[in-house]
Design a protein around this ligand. Structure first.
Ligand code: ACO
Length: 373
């Protein structure tokens, strides 16, 4: 039997920090209210030269550095995002090009904050069925670009960042043991970015009415979240043939401390078995779980053999949970390997530039035959 293991992980966060006090200078709020209601103290905000693709790329490179793989070893790149670089082309294709992952298929996945779990589920099954060997699953967001900075009920919540994992095959039992995915489109209106799609293309009117910004009914989302976080965790653990006692750590989507605490209470989990970092990053949507996974590992909270649950919810409405048995340890850092990768990234840029140039020459040389010719 073939198992899909996490063999690499990396994250990328913008340097710019936006504190609650700074938000309090923009809208009628304060640090005490935000922290008491959400658990958030500060979040990261993308700089002018950063975007979803640049953060995704940086996380992807960091993940490759924890493995002995080269970009050409990747067979699949999935970018989960609800703030992608464009409606199309996919952000995953931009990452593929910049990495030089010339053997990889690449696509974006839209399941909001549950997106990374959806991606892991698809990638793990593709590996287990021998369809592919190595997959990169990235969660990347720049939601700060879609937040209404005059709406105090939403602008306090979100932050930017990206996290990536690499999944690879092994005959050793472990890795992704089970996944549970769910959706309830009857709640689509409770959390949405109404304009910019085919229903409401961009117009002066949509811009004047702020319809390109996040709209949310916080209370409804809150109630939904507390229910599905607990339920999805239990379902995934049962599906893996385990009990909650055998779970070393739960890594929940970092949306709101009260949602996390409520789910933990429902699961009878003590504080030290639930990972939290939302005080520093806020809700980074699809990036929140892979960023938290990296930090939990770096903090020594995840040991080889440990079983983890990652669980999330988001717009759609969607939810998902995955039980993962951790077996990997980062390969020892070797400078020469990073130098080789740096050369490969340079070659990827040259290759990309040459391809663009050749495409122009080709269009000039080979015109399509005229109709009827
Ligand atoms: N500062 C001060 N007061 C505020 C603020 C603020 N930033 N925001 C709202 N208030 C006020 C409200 O106006 C309201 O006042 P009122 O009673 O006079 O009407 C009062 O505080 C209480 O408001 P509630 O909405 O009831 O506050 P609640 O405790 O529900 O917290 C929150 C609001 C934090 C948004 C919460 O509902 C929440 O976290 N919901 C879930 C959000 C979430 O997780 N979204 C997932 C997004 S993921 C994705 O897919 C992109």
């Amino acid at each position: 039997m073939r198992y899909a293991h996490i063999i690499g992980w990396g994250k990328s966060l913008p340097e710019k920090v936006l504190t609650n006090d700074e938000i309090a200078q923009m809208v009628d709020t304060n640090d005490d209210w935000i922290f008491a209601r959400t658990g958030i103290r500060e979040r990261r905000i993308a700089g002018d030269d950063e975007s979803t693709a640049t953060l995704a790329l940086a996380a992807a490179r960091a993940a490759l550095e924890t493995t002995d793989l080269n970009p050409a070893d990747l067979d699949l790149i999935i970018v989960a995002s609800c703030s992608p670089e464009h409606i199309f082309p996919a952000t995953a294709c931009l990452v593929e090009d910049a990495l030089g992952a010339r053997n990889a298929g690449a696509f974006d996945l839209s399941a909001a904050c549950s997106g990374w779990i959806y991606g892991v589920s698809l990638a793990a099954q593709s590996i287990a069925t021998r369809e592919i060997d190595h997959a990169m699953v990235i969660g990347a967001e720049t939601l700060s670009r879609f937040v209404n900075w005059e709406d105090r009920t939403t602008c306090i919540l979100f932050g930017d960042g990206a996290g990536a994992v690499i999944l690879g095959p092994s005959e050793q039992p472990g890795g992704v043991l089970s996944t549970v995915l769910g959706a309830d489109g009857s709640g689509a209106h409770t959390l949405a970015l109404p304009a910019g799609g085919s229903r409401m293309p961009a117009s002066h009117e949509t811009i004047d009415n702020g319809l390109h910004k996040i709209r949310m009914d916080g209370r409804k989302v809150f109630r939904f979240a507390t229910r599905v976080m607990r339920q999805a965790t239990i379902e995934a653990v049962e599906k893996a043939g385990l009990t909650m006692d055998e779970i070393a750590l739960v890594i929940p989507h970092q949306a709101n401390m009260r949602i996390i605490e409520s789910a933990a209470r429902g699961l009878k989990l003590p504080e030290d078995r639930v990972f939290v970092n939302l005080d520093r990053y806020g809700n980074t949507s699809s990036a929140s779980i892979p960023i938290a996974l990296c930090e939990a590992f770096d903090a020594g909270l995840v040991q080889p053999g440990d079983r983890l649950v990652t669980v999330g919810f988001g717009a759609g409405l969607t939810w998902g949970a995955a039980v993962i048995q951790w077996v990997a340890e980062p390969v020892p850092e070797r400078r020469w390997r990073n130098r080789v990768r740096a050369v490969l990234y340079l070659l990827a840029r040259i290759r990309s530039g040459l391809r663009r140039f050749w495409r122009r020459v080709e269009t000039w040389l080979f015109r399509p035959p005229a109709p009827g010719a």
